[in-house]
Design a protein around this ligand. Sequence first.
Ligand SMILES: Cc1cc2nc3c(=O)[nH]c(=O)nc-3n(C[C@H](O)[C@H](O)[C@H](O)COP(=O)(O)OP(=O)(O)OC[C@H]3O[C@@H](n4cnc5c(N)ncnc54)[C@H](O)[C@@H]3O)c2cc1C
Length: 511
Amino acid sequence: MRNIHTCMYLAIWIAQATCDDAVDGKLSFYSSSWEGWNKNTARWSAYEAPTFSAVFKPETEGELSQGMEYLAKHNIPYLATKPGGHGNVPTLGHYQDVVQINLDNFRHAIVNSDYSITVGGGAKMEDLIPTLHKAGREMTVGSFPCVGVHGVMLGGGMGRLMGRYGLISDALLHAKVAIWNGTIVEASDKVNSDLFWGLRGAGHNLGVVIESTYKTWPDEGGLHYNADMVFTDDSLDGVVDTYREIVKDSLDPSLFLILGYMYDAEAKKPLLFMNIVYAHDEGKGRRVAARFASSPEGTANPIVRISFKESNMNFSELGSGKAVPGVCDVNLKNTLYTASTPDLFETAAMKAVYKSFGSFVCAHPGANRSILLFEAVDGKAMDALPHDYSAYAHRGMMTTNAIIQATWDEDFDGIVAEAANAWGKEARDLLARPEVSGYDKLYAYVNYANKDEPLAALYGYEEKQQRRLTGLKRKYDPHGFFNAYRPLPLDMNGWGLPLAPGAPESTRDEL
Ligand SMILES: Cc1cc2nc3c(=O)[nH]c(=O)nc-3n(C[C@H](O)[C@H](O)[C@H](O)COP(=O)(O)OP(=O)(O)OC[C@H]3O[C@@H](n4cnc5c(N)ncnc54)[C@H](O)[C@@H]3O)c2cc1C
């Protein structure tokens, strides 16, 4: 029913735009016959992805506002994104045949006279990071160039230098937002401070950010130490023990650790690797890397390091994604699961997941680009801010995040997808067990989430937090136009219940 209405309204809309200039006569609006269609609608993941009936590509904020007003007035669902959007939560796939609001014309990144930086709503990390670098400034940034700054920031925003500067959203000073009906509002500590609070952690739910401004820090100089290492399988105990010791005893704000499981397609078995980045201090970075060197004979739980590559990177290269090549490729199929822990998951579970990863890929060789990452960063900069500083609910809790990512290509009968989800869920459920994670409940970062976690696991278990978020949703998105990304409920009954598989596709009200 909705699709018929949508098409009807769109047909009227196109006719108006081209014949009688009903919406200003300058709409940058495209159908699937447009030569740029495939490039503009491609997604990082084609699995449970949104699909589009039309692309609306505004050139100015006035045009964006007018287009949204029109869409809202005619109850036409829409989704703001950009070419190659990396959002992966499966609720995005509930948005079928919607209008894409394409933010690719909003990719500016400008350093202001007070050294804050203003970033357009469609900017990617590759727009932000080099601009900061040229100005001799730095801030927390994502590790990969292709990912959208706002998709990341609106969920909190983790990344390189987070140990020093906190979440990306912690640096947000101001945002300009188009709410559901195209009305443009400002959000900061002083204006619409409720919206400002919600944007930083639950922001995918509230409006389209046209641009946003962040505090930055001086680049103190010196390169960032980077080390990539690979170990034999039977080093898992030793590597896990060392990682745990570092995280428990001496994780410092300049260090970012990634322990990863990849698949070696030639050897047909998983492969254990580490990436270490130490900001601005090669000597200290080397000392951390040395802790993962091959152990002397006779050591209990020995480490055997089979490859070791060191380099020094400038700030710009920190976000170049060198540690995981090919990660920006579009149109593969991905499903993600996540769990977090205050130090590292219990060792037997780490080993069980390593084994189950090998079995999953061995049975489905087309999924050999799947990967597991355990990312650790010091939480003191985040903890220094009050618990309710922003809507981000896990301040100081996520020292290590597990990102369980199954990736595959061909899947004619859905068998790989089914196996990928079964494996990913089983691995997540094991890691999230209290005796394994150290937490009595699941805590999950919304930007790495799937669709079966309770909303409270993403946005907070406290009733006060939930009331605040539901109040914001009712105020700023009363008709649920922004329900694609793990939607906040419009009433308190919607909290705490897992979104069951096959649950209603959208909670969007009819206008
Ligand atoms: C390869 C890869 C690397 C990643 N690295 C990191 C990382 O370093 N740190 C981290 O925290 N997360 C990371 N993530 C997770 C990432 O935060 C999410 O996937 C995020 O949703 C990606 O945002 P996007 O803008 O690229 O995607 P999109 O699909 O375009 O957007 C995702 C959601 O954000 C909304 N959105 C996007 N732009 C705006 C805007 N301007 N205003 C309002 N809503 C908007 C969209 O409507 C959609 O609901 C990574 C993911 C991948 C696949």
